[in-house]
Design a protein around this ligand. Structure first.
Ligand SMILES: Cc1cc2nc3c(=O)[nH]c(=O)nc-3n(C[C@H](O)[C@H](O)[C@H](O)COP(=O)(O)OP(=O)(O)OC[C@H]3O[C@@H](n4cnc5c(N)ncnc54)[C@H](O)[C@@H]3O)c2cc1C
Length: 235
Protein backbone atom coordinates (compact mmCIF):
# COMPACT_ATOMS: atom_id res chain seq x y z
CA UNK A 1 0.00 0.00 0.00
CA UNK A 2 1.39 3.41 -0.97
CA UNK A 3 2.04 6.14 1.60
CA UNK A 4 -1.28 7.84 2.34
CA UNK A 5 -0.23 11.40 2.90
CA UNK A 6 3.15 12.83 3.83
CA UNK A 7 3.22 15.76 6.29
CA UNK A 8 5.61 18.46 5.06
CA UNK A 9 4.76 21.19 7.55
CA UNK A 10 2.48 21.34 10.52
CA UNK A 11 -0.25 22.90 8.39
CA UNK A 12 0.31 21.22 5.03
CA UNK A 13 0.07 17.62 3.93
CA UNK A 14 1.29 16.58 0.49
CA UNK A 15 -1.13 14.40 -1.45
CA UNK A 16 -0.55 12.57 -4.77
CA UNK A 17 2.27 13.78 -7.04
CA UNK A 18 1.64 17.54 -7.10
CA UNK A 19 -1.16 18.11 -4.60
CA UNK A 20 -1.58 19.19 -1.02
CA UNK A 21 -4.07 19.97 1.69
CA UNK A 22 -3.09 23.01 3.70
CA UNK A 23 -5.02 24.22 6.70
CA UNK A 24 -5.06 27.94 5.88
CA UNK A 25 -6.79 28.88 9.12
CA UNK A 26 -9.30 27.55 11.57
CA UNK A 27 -11.51 28.44 14.48
CA UNK A 28 -12.10 25.00 15.84
CA UNK A 29 -11.98 23.32 19.23
CA UNK A 30 -13.95 20.84 21.27
CA UNK A 31 -15.05 23.48 23.75
CA UNK A 32 -17.17 25.19 21.08
CA UNK A 33 -19.24 22.00 20.80
CA UNK A 34 -19.70 21.78 24.56
CA UNK A 35 -20.72 25.42 24.94
CA UNK A 36 -23.12 25.27 21.99
CA UNK A 37 -24.82 22.29 23.64
CA UNK A 38 -24.75 23.69 27.18
CA UNK A 39 -26.33 27.00 26.22
CA UNK A 40 -29.62 25.08 26.37
CA UNK A 41 -29.10 25.11 30.14
CA UNK A 42 -27.60 28.64 30.23
CA UNK A 43 -24.19 27.21 31.12
CA UNK A 44 -20.74 27.94 29.75
CA UNK A 45 -17.32 26.36 30.32
CA UNK A 46 -13.81 27.80 29.87
CA UNK A 47 -12.03 24.47 29.89
CA UNK A 48 -12.91 20.90 29.01
CA UNK A 49 -13.36 18.26 31.69
CA UNK A 50 -14.38 14.60 31.63
CA UNK A 51 -18.10 15.33 31.70
CA UNK A 52 -17.65 17.47 28.57
CA UNK A 53 -15.94 14.62 26.80
CA UNK A 54 -18.90 12.41 27.74
CA UNK A 55 -21.27 15.07 26.41
CA UNK A 56 -19.49 15.13 23.05
CA UNK A 57 -19.66 11.34 22.84
CA UNK A 58 -23.38 11.50 23.66
CA UNK A 59 -24.03 14.18 21.01
CA UNK A 60 -22.19 12.17 18.38
CA UNK A 61 -23.80 8.86 19.26
CA UNK A 62 -27.35 10.25 19.21
CA UNK A 63 -26.68 12.44 16.18
CA UNK A 64 -27.30 15.81 17.78
CA UNK A 65 -25.44 17.53 14.96
CA UNK A 66 -25.88 21.26 15.34
CA UNK A 67 -23.40 21.83 18.23
CA UNK A 68 -20.69 20.64 15.80
CA UNK A 69 -21.43 23.55 13.45
CA UNK A 70 -19.97 26.40 15.55
CA UNK A 71 -16.46 26.16 14.20
CA UNK A 72 -14.69 26.49 10.90
CA UNK A 73 -11.80 24.96 8.96
CA UNK A 74 -10.44 26.84 5.96
CA UNK A 75 -8.48 24.52 3.67
CA UNK A 76 -6.36 25.42 0.67
CA UNK A 77 -6.29 22.39 -1.63
CA UNK A 78 -4.39 21.47 -4.78
CA UNK A 79 -5.94 18.46 -6.49
CA UNK A 80 -6.61 17.04 -9.96
CA UNK A 81 -9.83 18.31 -11.55
CA UNK A 82 -11.52 14.89 -11.27
CA UNK A 83 -10.93 14.92 -7.50
CA UNK A 84 -12.21 18.50 -7.23
CA UNK A 85 -15.38 17.53 -9.11
CA UNK A 86 -16.13 14.86 -6.53
CA UNK A 87 -15.27 17.25 -3.72
CA UNK A 88 -17.54 20.04 -4.98
CA UNK A 89 -20.55 17.73 -4.64
CA UNK A 90 -20.34 18.43 -0.90
CA UNK A 91 -22.71 21.38 -0.78
CA UNK A 92 -22.47 22.25 2.89
CA UNK A 93 -19.36 24.41 2.84
CA UNK A 94 -17.92 27.20 0.72
CA UNK A 95 -15.63 26.95 -2.29
CA UNK A 96 -13.58 29.31 -4.41
CA UNK A 97 -11.54 27.84 -7.26
CA UNK A 98 -8.66 28.84 -9.51
CA UNK A 99 -10.02 30.08 -12.84
CA UNK A 100 -8.67 28.97 -16.18
CA UNK A 101 -10.64 31.84 -17.72
CA UNK A 102 -8.45 34.41 -16.04
CA UNK A 103 -5.14 32.66 -15.43
CA UNK A 104 -2.90 30.43 -17.45
CA UNK A 105 -3.60 26.73 -16.90
CA UNK A 106 -1.10 24.76 -14.86
CA UNK A 107 1.12 22.22 -16.60
CA UNK A 108 0.99 19.87 -13.61
CA UNK A 109 -0.94 16.70 -14.32
CA UNK A 110 -1.64 13.67 -12.16
CA UNK A 111 0.29 10.55 -13.07
CA UNK A 112 -0.52 7.73 -10.64
CA UNK A 113 2.32 5.82 -9.02
CA UNK A 114 2.74 2.35 -10.58
CA UNK A 115 1.11 0.69 -7.56
CA UNK A 116 -1.93 2.95 -7.99
CA UNK A 117 -2.58 1.87 -11.58
CA UNK A 118 -5.40 -0.61 -11.06
CA UNK A 119 -8.02 -2.69 -12.76
CA UNK A 120 -11.62 -3.05 -11.61
CA UNK A 121 -13.07 -6.45 -10.85
CA UNK A 122 -16.73 -7.28 -10.16
CA UNK A 123 -20.01 -5.52 -10.85
CA UNK A 124 -21.09 -1.86 -10.57
CA UNK A 125 -21.67 -1.06 -6.92
CA UNK A 126 -19.33 -3.78 -5.70
CA UNK A 127 -16.12 -3.31 -7.64
CA UNK A 128 -12.83 -4.20 -6.12
CA UNK A 129 -9.61 -2.73 -7.47
CA UNK A 130 -6.58 -4.90 -8.11
CA UNK A 131 -3.05 -3.92 -9.10
CA UNK A 132 -2.06 -4.50 -12.72
CA UNK A 133 1.14 -6.06 -14.05
CA UNK A 134 4.16 -3.70 -13.89
CA UNK A 135 4.36 -3.44 -17.71
CA UNK A 136 0.74 -2.28 -17.94
CA UNK A 137 1.27 0.15 -15.06
CA UNK A 138 4.25 1.71 -16.83
CA UNK A 139 2.47 1.75 -20.21
CA UNK A 140 -0.50 3.53 -18.59
CA UNK A 141 1.77 6.15 -17.12
CA UNK A 142 3.45 6.68 -20.48
CA UNK A 143 0.10 6.98 -22.27
CA UNK A 144 -1.07 9.54 -19.72
CA UNK A 145 2.12 11.58 -20.05
CA UNK A 146 1.82 11.55 -23.85
CA UNK A 147 -1.79 12.80 -23.74
CA UNK A 148 -0.94 15.46 -21.15
CA UNK A 149 2.02 16.70 -23.21
CA UNK A 150 -0.10 16.87 -26.36
CA UNK A 151 -2.99 18.58 -24.56
CA UNK A 152 -0.78 21.19 -22.96
CA UNK A 153 1.13 21.88 -26.18
CA UNK A 154 -2.21 22.42 -27.94
CA UNK A 155 -3.38 24.70 -25.14
CA UNK A 156 -0.23 26.80 -25.41
CA UNK A 157 -0.45 26.92 -29.22
CA UNK A 158 -4.05 28.16 -29.10
CA UNK A 159 -3.31 30.80 -26.46
CA UNK A 160 -0.22 31.88 -28.43
CA UNK A 161 -2.38 32.34 -31.53
CA UNK A 162 -4.80 34.55 -29.65
CA UNK A 163 -7.58 32.17 -28.62
CA UNK A 164 -9.15 33.17 -25.28
CA UNK A 165 -8.04 31.10 -22.30
CA UNK A 166 -11.69 30.28 -21.58
CA UNK A 167 -11.82 28.38 -24.88
CA UNK A 168 -8.27 27.06 -25.04
CA UNK A 169 -8.88 25.31 -21.70
CA UNK A 170 -11.30 22.90 -23.38
CA UNK A 171 -8.35 20.70 -24.28
CA UNK A 172 -7.29 20.29 -20.64
CA UNK A 173 -7.83 16.78 -19.26
CA UNK A 174 -9.41 16.08 -15.88
CA UNK A 175 -5.98 14.92 -14.67
CA UNK A 176 -4.80 18.57 -14.65
CA UNK A 177 -4.36 20.14 -11.24
CA UNK A 178 -6.61 22.87 -9.90
CA UNK A 179 -6.61 24.79 -6.62
CA UNK A 180 -9.40 25.87 -4.36
CA UNK A 181 -10.29 27.11 -0.91
CA UNK A 182 -12.82 25.14 1.09
CA UNK A 183 -14.35 26.42 4.31
CA UNK A 184 -16.36 23.91 6.26
CA UNK A 185 -17.59 23.20 9.76
CA UNK A 186 -16.82 20.04 11.71
CA UNK A 187 -20.23 18.48 11.11
CA UNK A 188 -19.88 18.78 7.35
CA UNK A 189 -16.22 17.82 7.52
CA UNK A 190 -17.16 14.61 9.35
CA UNK A 191 -19.71 13.88 6.63
CA UNK A 192 -17.01 14.41 3.99
CA UNK A 193 -14.53 12.19 5.85
CA UNK A 194 -17.18 9.56 6.48
CA UNK A 195 -17.97 9.31 2.76
CA UNK A 196 -14.66 10.11 1.12
CA UNK A 197 -12.12 8.47 3.43
CA UNK A 198 -14.11 5.25 3.14
CA UNK A 199 -13.03 2.14 1.25
CA UNK A 200 -15.84 2.77 -1.24
CA UNK A 201 -14.49 6.18 -2.29
CA UNK A 202 -12.08 6.57 -5.18
CA UNK A 203 -8.52 6.11 -3.97
CA UNK A 204 -7.35 9.59 -4.99
CA UNK A 205 -10.02 11.59 -3.13
CA UNK A 206 -9.65 9.16 -0.24
CA UNK A 207 -6.06 10.34 0.23
CA UNK A 208 -7.25 13.96 0.38
CA UNK A 209 -10.02 13.07 2.83
CA UNK A 210 -7.47 11.28 5.01
CA UNK A 211 -5.37 14.45 5.04
CA UNK A 212 -8.40 16.55 6.08
CA UNK A 213 -9.16 13.95 8.73
CA UNK A 214 -5.74 14.48 10.31
CA UNK A 215 -6.48 18.19 10.75
CA UNK A 216 -9.86 17.40 12.32
CA UNK A 217 -8.11 15.02 14.71
CA UNK A 218 -5.45 17.62 15.58
CA UNK A 219 -7.86 20.51 16.22
CA UNK A 220 -10.84 18.68 17.75
CA UNK A 221 -9.41 15.50 19.29
CA UNK A 222 -12.39 14.66 21.51
CA UNK A 223 -14.88 15.18 18.70
CA UNK A 224 -12.73 13.13 16.36
CA UNK A 225 -12.39 10.25 18.84
CA UNK A 226 -16.16 10.27 19.39
CA UNK A 227 -16.75 10.26 15.62
CA UNK A 228 -14.51 7.21 15.23
CA UNK A 229 -16.15 5.49 18.22
CA UNK A 230 -19.59 6.15 16.71
CA UNK A 231 -18.60 4.20 13.60
CA UNK A 232 -17.44 7.23 11.58
CA UNK A 233 -21.03 8.33 11.01
CA UNK A 234 -21.41 12.13 10.94
CA UNK A 235 -24.02 13.46 13.38
C1 LIG B 1 -18.56 6.50 -3.10
C2 LIG B 1 -19.38 7.61 -3.68
C3 LIG B 1 -19.91 7.46 -4.95
C4 LIG B 1 -20.67 8.50 -5.53
N1 LIG B 1 -21.19 8.32 -6.78
C5 LIG B 1 -21.93 9.32 -7.34
C6 LIG B 1 -22.48 9.18 -8.64
O1 LIG B 1 -22.28 8.17 -9.31
N2 LIG B 1 -23.22 10.19 -9.14
C7 LIG B 1 -23.48 11.33 -8.41
O2 LIG B 1 -24.18 12.23 -8.91
N3 LIG B 1 -22.96 11.49 -7.17
C8 LIG B 1 -22.21 10.52 -6.63
N4 LIG B 1 -21.67 10.70 -5.37
C9 LIG B 1 -21.89 11.98 -4.69
C10 LIG B 1 -22.98 11.85 -3.61
O3 LIG B 1 -24.24 11.53 -4.19
C11 LIG B 1 -23.10 13.17 -2.83
O4 LIG B 1 -23.47 14.20 -3.73
C12 LIG B 1 -21.81 13.58 -2.16
O5 LIG B 1 -21.22 12.47 -1.50
C13 LIG B 1 -22.09 14.68 -1.14
O6 LIG B 1 -22.70 14.11 -0.01
P1 LIG B 1 -23.75 14.89 0.87
O7 LIG B 1 -24.94 15.27 0.06
O8 LIG B 1 -24.00 14.07 2.10
O9 LIG B 1 -22.90 16.18 1.30
P2 LIG B 1 -23.37 17.71 1.37
O10 LIG B 1 -23.84 18.16 0.04
O11 LIG B 1 -22.24 18.46 2.00
O12 LIG B 1 -24.61 17.68 2.33
C14 LIG B 1 -24.43 17.39 3.73
C15 LIG B 1 -25.76 16.93 4.28
O13 LIG B 1 -26.69 18.00 4.23
C16 LIG B 1 -27.98 17.50 3.91
N5 LIG B 1 -28.40 18.06 2.63
C17 LIG B 1 -27.64 18.82 1.78
N6 LIG B 1 -28.37 19.21 0.73
C18 LIG B 1 -29.61 18.67 0.89
C19 LIG B 1 -30.78 18.70 0.13
N7 LIG B 1 -30.88 19.33 -1.03
N8 LIG B 1 -31.86 18.05 0.60
C20 LIG B 1 -31.81 17.41 1.78
N9 LIG B 1 -30.71 17.33 2.56
C21 LIG B 1 -29.62 17.96 2.11
C22 LIG B 1 -27.86 15.98 3.84
O14 LIG B 1 -28.12 15.46 5.12
C23 LIG B 1 -26.41 15.78 3.51
O15 LIG B 1 -25.89 14.52 3.92
C24 LIG B 1 -20.91 9.69 -4.81
C25 LIG B 1 -20.37 9.81 -3.51
C26 LIG B 1 -19.61 8.80 -2.96
C27 LIG B 1 -19.04 8.99 -1.58
Amino acid sequence: MAVIAEVITEDEIRVLDHGFVRLDDCMADDLSVVNAARVSFARRKDAMDESDEGLIRFLLRYRHGTPFEHNSFRFHVRAPIFVAREWFRHRVGSFNEFSMRYARATDDFYVPEPEDVRTQVGKPGSYSFEPVEPELAEATREELRAVYDEAYATYERLVERGVARELARLVMPVGAYTEFYWTVNARSLMNFVSLRAAETAQREIRRYAEACERFLEAKMPVTYAAFVAAGRVAP
